[in-house]
Every structure is written in C-alpha cells, then in structure tokens.
Design a protein around this ligand. Structure first.
Ligand code: RFL
Ligand code: PHB
Length: 393
C-alpha cells in the first residue's frame, strides 16, 4: 500500500552530512525526514575519517553534539612529515593559532544519531530500498522508496541529496545539466584499525621509496594506519605481518623508530580520486558532501567539506522557508564551490608530494623531496600548509 508523508526537507542519507543538516534544521524549527539504505549498526561502525578542522569542531559544539568529542577526542597542535628518514614537525598552533581534533567519523555519526533518535525521539528510516527522486525541478519534489514492505512517498519543499558518492541523488540530475570534473590517482590506500598504543602524539605522513604511509589514532589504545597500495590490490594480498612490516619500513627514521603493533580489527582498501559535480543543485534538489565532491584523503578534508556544505545549505533553507527568500538557495553552488576547489587543490598537492607515482621516476622522487624540504624549512610554506590543514574558513 502506498503511504504519503509530508515534510519540509527530505534528506537522503544519514552520513555526517545528512545527520548534521537534519540537526541544524531541527534547531531552527524546520521539519525534515531522513532515509538511509543501510542499518543503524552499519553506519555507526563504518570506519572513515579522523581529522576534524577547528571550524568543524565548533559547528558540532554549537549544535549540541560535541560533548563526547570534547571528552574523548584528541586535540593535536602539530602534524609530522617524514622523508629521507628524518622527522619534521609542522607546528599548526604556533603557525595559525588553531588546532585540529582527532575523533572518529563513526563516533560523530553515533553522537548525531543518538541526539536525533534517542533524545529528540525523531525517526530515521533505515534500510530503505528503491529510492527514486521525482519532480525535482518543481515546487513539489517527491522521494519514493520501499521500507518494511511498504511503498512511501515523501512530499517536501526541498530535497537534500546527502547520499555520498554512490548515491542516487546526483544521478537524478539530467547529465546534460551537470559538468563533472574527475581525476583517478594511480594508487589506493590500505587502511587498518588496530589495538595498539599510538606511537606519537601527532599524525605522521611519510614519504618513502616503498610508498606513502600514514600513522593516525582513534584513542589511547586504538590506532588507524594506512599504506599506499596498488589500485587493483585486494586485502587478501595483505597479511597482518606484511602490513606491519611495510608500515615499519615506511616510517623508519635515521635515529631508529618502531611503530607500536597490535591486533588488526579492520582492513579496507580505498581508491584515491578527485571528483566535483557542478552545479551542486538542480531545481529543488541540493547535493551536499560526498554526493557532490570527493577529495583524496591525504588532506583530511572530505568530512570537513561535507559539514561546511550543510552549514551553508541549512542557512539558505531557513531563508527560503522562514522569509520566502530563495536567493541563498539559488547561489548555493556559487557559495560552496570555490572552497571545494581549494580543498581539492590542497588534497591533490599533498597527494602529489607524498605518494610514489612510479617504480622508475627518480626525477619525480627528487622533486617531491625538494617540495618537502621547502614546506618544512620555509616559514611561509609551512604556514600555508598549516593554514590549509587546520582549515581556511
Ligand atoms: P557518506 O558518509 O558517504 O554518507 C552517505 C550516506 O548515504 C547513504 N546512502 C543512501 N541512503 C539512502 N538511499 C540511497 N540510495 C543511498 N545511497 C547511499 C550511505 O549509506 C551513507 O550512510 O557521505 P557524507 O555524509 O557526505 O560524508 C562524507 C564523509 O564520509 C567523507 O568525506 C570522509 O569520510 C572523507 N575522509 C576524511 N575526511 C576528513 O574530513 N578527514 C579525514 O581524516 C578523512 N579521512 C576519509 C578519510 C575517507 C576515507 N574513505 C574510506 C573514503 C579516510 C578514508 C580512508
Ligand atoms: C585518519 O585518522 O583516518 C586520517 C588522518 C589523516 C588523513 C586521513 C585519515 O589525511
């Protein structure tokens, strides 16, 4: 049987973008409904981002979901770059006055779901299927989907497409109305979550002749490490011993260094890509976060960009719904994309500086070392890196 539900904003996807948007709108007195194709358990366990810019931390606190993050998150004042078996600190706080927070994306998702479902007692429709967007170019757009055997139609004023890179929202925009900018990098990241004490107080980015490696953490007893691998690689090619051995090699220092090891709880391979859809809107459908853009994770920008989009989108929706002023919705793409492109550029340049592109290109390897020496010895260059890393806005 067909069921019709009405709301002001229909939100597709309960990742960080969709959940944060719904929370901001709720605090402004605007009604929204979220649908999600996975289960609550799945989205609360999905391991992804870890580095939050100070503006992201401020936003989560402003909307009342930052309590656990402020207790359990780890404030970092510096980030470490390693190359030529030497360690170089970028003093983020000394150079910019700002800091970053290391706190897992799935913890943010748990905090937002808890505020939404358990505290505000509002539902999220999990495990929906066959999601379809209709009439998005009209004032009465509609989201249709199946949930627990019934067919639902959400009638709303605005649809927010927060369904990530593989979602249906972007694909609902006619292809002749979208310009797609895309770049696939010729390598991937193998990421692990492991029970071990972090080996340093800072995130470490290592450029090594065997390939890139990254050491990060989630708590005093949980680490998150990555090694560069082949695009077509498979986790089955990576035994625990091989992963630790590659990490030890790539993190090496002249004076000696041993990365703490432990039981690996999770392994996954992430392709590295840059992607931007322009415009980020069509009619009354607005894309936010990974549904509109993807950055390679080397700059730690994706989640931060997603939350910046929803901050802009929520103000524009509030103007439309409360004051019948559509001008901010109309300029949504224009208000988001310059920053998105800047983050894209920063992520691309970090990726280029730190990864091994070829087995046989000593010229490029020397250029990378030259760039690394520049960003770690010039005050202006290290300030530029630090500003980008903590977030420019
Ligand atoms: P998400 O998190 O992908 O959420 C989209 C949600 O939509 C659901 N969905 C649908 N729901 C209903 N109907 C459909 N048809 C649907 N199709 C999909 C999905 O199940 C999901 O729940 O997108 P969102 O909210 O835009 O958030 C973006 C972030 O997840 C992403 O940018 C970051 O994880 C990127 N990223 C990092 N960002 C940072 O800011 N700092 C970092 O340190 C950082 N590290 C990373 C990262 C991403 C990584 N991977 C795995 C891609 C490290 C890695 C390894
Ligand atoms: C992480 O902690 O997962 C992380 C840290 C820095 C990055 C990407 C991911 O650039």
């Amino acid at each position: 049987m067909k069921k019709v539900v009405k709301t002001q904003v229909g939100i597709i996807g309960s990742g960080p973008a969709g959940l944060t948007l719904s929370r901001i709108l709720s605090l402004c007195g605007i009604d929204s409904i979220i649908i999600e194709n996975q289960s609550r358990e799945y989205i609360e366990q999905r391991v992804r981002a870890g580095v939050l810019e100070s503006g992201t931390v401020d936003l989560l606190n402003q909307i009342g979901v930052g309590g656990r993050m402020m207790k359990e998150g780890m404030v970092h004042h510096a980030v470490e770059l390693r190359y030529d078996k030497t360690s170089h600190m970028i003093d983020l706080t000394g150079l910019t006055g700002k800091e970053i927070m290391v706190y897992g994306q799935q913890e943010i998702v748990k905090d937002l779901v808890m505020a939404h479902v358990d505290k505000e007692k509002r539902p999220i429709y999990f495990q929906v299927s066959d999601v379809q967007l209709n009439d998005i170019e009209t004032d009465k757009p509609e989201i249709c989907y199946l949930h627990e055997g019934s067919e639902y139609h959400i009638q709303c004023d605005i649809i927010a497409g927060c369904d990530g890179f593989h979602g249906v929202s972007r694909q609902s925009i006619p292809t002749n109305k979208l310009s797609i900018y895309e770049h696939a990098f010729p390598f991937a990241w193998l990421g692990i979550l492991a029970e071990a004490t972090p080996s340093t107080d800072n995130v470490i980015y290592a450029n090594h002749e065997k390939g890139f490696a990254l050491h990060s953490m989630r708590s005093p007893s949980l680490v998150r490490n990555y090694v560069q691998c082949n695009v077509e690689d498979n986790v089955n090619n990576w035994s625990d011993d091989r992963i630790w051995s590659e990490l030890q090699d790539r993190m090496e220092l002249e004076e000696g260094f041993t990365l703490n090891e432990g039981t690996i709880l999770e392994k996954g391979i992430t392709p590295m890509r840059g992607f931007i859809a322009d415009p980020m809107q069509f009619g009354n459908l607005f894309l936010a976060g990974d549904s509109a853009h993807i950055v390679p994770p080397t700059g730690a920008k994706g989640l931060n960009l997603a939350l910046r989009d929803v901050r802009i989108l929520s103000s524009a929706i509030e103007e439309k719904i409360k004051k019948n002023n559509r001008s901010y919705l109309d300029s949504y793409t224009k208000d988001c994309l310059p920053h998105v492109w800047h983050a894209q550029y920063f992520s691309w340049s970090m990726t280029h500086m730190l990864h091994k592109f070829s087995d046989n290109d000593p010229y490029q390897a020397q250029l990378q070392l030259s760039q690394l020496r520049h960003v770690t010895t010039s005050l202006h260059a290290s300030t530029a890196l630090a500003e980008n890393y903590v977030g420019l806005f």
